[in-house]
Design a binder for this molecule. Sequence first.
Ligand code: SF4
Length: 88
Amino acid sequence: MTFVIASPCIADYSCLEACPVEAIGPSPDSAEFLRAEQLYIDPARCIDCEACVEACPVGAIFPAASIPERWKSAIAINAAHYAEHRHV
Ligand code: SF4
């Protein structure tokens, strides 16, 4: 499984700081951060620890297996970000 960030994300990056395996990006010190509409979770790195869920101030992070229907597209959007920006 993986966790997924959905569109309520306000990119305040508290989740990124909470993640023990650097599975969330882009980092605020990268150029990509300024262009990103939200933050994303790398499904290949996420270890399902849930630390980011607690850290998120707007409740934008869900387990992929139980994400609300209206935000299901976020599963592909998060994965696609890392397909395009594997180095970020
Ligand atoms: S569930 Fe854990 S490993 Fe996965 S993105 Fe959130 S903090 Fe990182």
